[in-house]
Design a protein around this ligand. Structure first.
Ligand code: GLP
Length: 240
């Protein structure tokens, strides 16, 4: 494991974007695994800028997002498909047919998940997987206790995750399930970067740095990956 200790969240985001841009510059046909969440917003802003400055094209890049909520209306602002369009896709020259995200309003979610896993395999697997982390250590939507050998499937969201992601909004509108790449899908990526910023991620970072597989902290499975980079800011490291 490589650990990049950035002084602040902006530097951490810039560093993450630089690594992604470098990998596309080296391999213009890279298959990227992409993440959502607030942590990724400055990364995508920086990625759009650095790619433009360095004339790096996304034209032949393929991407697979980690996850999507099930059961939200197709125009719901919390959908990750919408997030990806707003934060990245509409600002780069990527062929939209090469952008993949599990469909959140499918009639048959189990089948959709299996087809998604098959599409990743058909693309030759993921070259570079970008990850954030949940406050409870989830990666994608692999909540604590998720099987180490899991592949893309329908998952139930924990109460903690529903609170973290929907905040003060309560009631029937908050999704209970999602489709998520599995832990085995994620660790099968050839390279993995996890970005953790902010004090709410301190415990997740500590669990990764322990270097032991702990089923209660799914993020800990990454420490044994052969090409894993952890990028943190000082808050996530718990520095005063
Ligand atoms: C969601 C996503 C995760 C992401 C997490 C962190 O739950 N499924 O992939 O890592 O949010 O979100 P944030 O960056 O907003 O803390």
């Amino acid at each position: 494991m490589k650990h990049i200790s950035a002084p602040d969240s902006q530097t951490a985001a810039l560093e993450t974007a630089r690594i992604v841009t470098d990998s596309i510059a080296i391999n213009p046909q890279a298959v990227l695994g992409l993440a959502t969440g607030n942590t990724m917003r400055p990364v995508y802003r920086a990625l759009i800028d650095t790619a433009q400055q360095r004339a790096v094209s996304f034209k032949n890049v393929t991407s697979f997002n980690l996850d999507e909520y099930l059961g939200l209306p197709a125009d719901h602002p919390a959908l990750f498909a919408r997030y990806m369009m707003d934060n990245l896709m509409r600002h780069i020259d990527m062929d939209k047919n090469r952008f993949h995200i599990p469909c959140g309003h499918t009639e048959d979610p189990t089948r959709t998940a299996q087809d998604y896993e098959a599409a990743i395999a058909a693309a030759g697997g993921i070259d570079l997987q970008l990850l954030g982390v949940g406050t409870n250590g989830h990666i994608g939507f692999n909540e604590p206790g998720s099987p180490r050998d899991s592949r893309t499937r329908v998952v139930k969201l924990s109460e903690q995750t529903r609170r973290d992601n929907f905040g003060a909004i309560t009631g029937d509108g908050i999704p209970e399930r999602a489709i998520s790449m599995g832990l085995a899908t994620i660790v099968s990526a050839r390279s993995v970067i996890l970005l953790a910023t902010g004090a709410s991620k301190t415990e997740a970072v500590a669990q990764i740095l322990k270097g032991q597989n702990n089923p209660a902290w799914p993020c800990s499975y990454l420490s044994s990956h052969s090409d894993f980079t952890l990028i943190t800011d000082s808050d996530a490291r718990g520095e005063a």
